[in-house]
Structure formats: structure tokens, C-alpha cells
Design a protein around this ligand. Structure first.
Ligand code: UTP
Length: 227
């Protein structure tokens, strides 16, 4: 059995301002699927945020807004599925069990969010847990986790490795996280922690992802205390 890799792809790559990007990602996924089985979780990105803000201003309740976000992430997933043609499971699965069945069938699986109140990061962690993925790559719009906001502080340093506990503390005291990026939410960290999922936060960029899949030290690796 090929090793399974879960990649959360920031919704920002589905911004529709770069027509080449979907084809590039599709080509990349087909290439890596010779050595591993990728499962992609598409984020909602700016389009989800715009829909959510617009609906919120009309008085929609928060769980309906979550459902709207899930819908948009599934539309983003469909864009990648269409670019992958017959190489992908034909639609975004809607339950963890469906994801596991789709993965067992051996194709590339692309999905969006699953449950209101979660995030696509959390969904990706749950999938990694369910299918016993060898690694969870959280591909976002920053290179990794920084000690300070790199846009504001020249001397900001990126962690090559960060203890899960330290990352949790940074998230709890959100003002200290670089630029308040939504790198991870606490629920996602909890899932990573309980199943000791090998996780890396890295830039959503094909070359960087390729290096990570080969085991290269890109981005920030989350580490666990030794027992
Ligand atoms: P995302 O988790 O993708 O947020 O879902 P994001 O911050 O836009 O992620 P990036 O930037 O693409 O990486 C958008 C919204 O959809 C709802 C939440 O409201 C979330 O903020 N959602 C998503 C859920 O309720 N459950 C899910 O499983 C996924």
C-alpha cells in the first residue's frame, strides 16, 4: 500500500486570478501519486470569507455561515477534481467514512469541509487520523510559524520545529502569533496531539510541497514531547 499524505490547500490558491494554477496542481498531484496517495482538503479562502461576511450582514446564524463556508470549500475542491479528470474521486466526499472508502479505492481524493463549527484544517487532521496518513501537510500562505509577524518585524524568525504545547500557547494568546494568521485552531491541534499526527506547516507552493513529500525540512514541523 502506498503511504497516504493529507494536504490541506489554502483556499487562496482557488482565487480565480491564476488560471494555470489548477492545472499545475493537478499535474503535480498525478506525479506524486506514483509514490504516495494524496488526499487534498481545499480551504474556503477569500471567496468563503466574502460569502460569510455578506450573509452575516443579512442576519444569518453562525452555523448557517459555517455551512456556507463548507459549500464554498467543496466548490474549490470541485475545481481541482475537474482539473484532475478521471484521476480523482468524482466529487468531494461528505463524510469521513466516504473519504476512507474513496481512499481505499486508490484514487486521488479531493474534499472540502465536513462539519459546521470546524475548519478545513480540522477536517484535514481528522482525515489524517482516519486514514492513518504518514504526514499532514498544512499548506498555507506563510512559510511556516514565526516568533513575530514577519511583515512587521524584520528580525522575525521562523521555527524549523515547534513543540505542540508552545504553538498552543501562541494560539491561546493570539496577539503574539505572527500577524494573527489562522495557522491552526485549537481543535485541530487537539486532533494532531491525540493521534501524534506528523504535521508540517508550510507554504502552499508546489516546489515546497514536493520537498516536504520527499521528507525535506521545509516549513515548520510540529513536535511532541518524548514520553
Ligand atoms: P476554512 O477552514 O477553509 O477557512 O473554511 P479559511 O480560513 O478560509 O482557510 P484558508 O484560508 O482557505 O486556508 C471557511 C469557513 O467554513 C466553515 C467555517 O466557518 C470556516 O471559517 N467550515 C469549514 C466549517 O464550519 N467546517 C468545516 O469543516 C470547514
Amino acid at each position: 500500500m502506498k503511504k497516504r499524505i493529507v494536504i490541506k490547500l489554502s483556499g487562496r490558491i482557488f482565487g480565480m486570478d491564476n488560471v494555470k494554477i489548477l492545472k499545475d496542481y493537478a499535474r503535480f498531484l498525478v506525479k506524486i501519486s506514483k509514490v504516495c496517495q494524496p488526499v487534498i482538503v481545499a480551504g474556503g479562502g477569500n471567496i468563503a470569507r466574502r460569502y460569510i461576511n455578506y450573509a452575516r450582514s443579512s442576519g444569518a446564524d453562525e452555523s448557517s455561515l459555517d455551512e456556507l463556508g463548507i459549500d464554498i470549500s467543496r466548490l474549490n475542491a470541485k475545481l481541482l477534481i475537474y482539473a484532475l479528470k478521471h484521476r480523482a474521486y468524482p466529487h468531494p466526499p461528505t463524510t469521513l467514512q466516504e473519504i476512507r472508502n474513496a481512499v481505499d479505492s486508490g484514487v486521488i481524493v479531493v474534499t472540502g469541509g465536513l462539519h459546521p463549527g470546524h475548519s478545513t484544517n480540522g477536517t484535514a487532521a481528522l482525515i489524517a487520523e482516519k486514514i492513518q496518513a504518514s504526514v499532514f501537510l498544512n499548506a498555507t500562505d506563510v512559510d511556516g510559524v514565526y516568533d513575530l509577524d514577519p511583515n512587521k518585524y524584520k528580525g522575525a524568525k521562523m521555527y524549523r520545529r515547534i513543540a505542540l504545547k508552545k504553538l498552543r500557547n501562541m494560539l491561546v494568546h493570539k496577539e503574539s502569533i505572527a500577524g494573527g494568521y489562522d495557522l491552526m485552531d485549537l481543535l485541530t491541534l487537539k486532533i494532531i496531539e491525540r493521534s501524534k499526527i506528523k504535521t508540517r506547516i508550510l507554504k502552499a507552493d508546489i516546489k515546497t510541497l514536493e520537498k516536504a513529500i520527499k521528507g525535506g525540512p521545509v516549513g515548520t514541523e510540529i513536535i511532541f514531547p518524548k514520553k
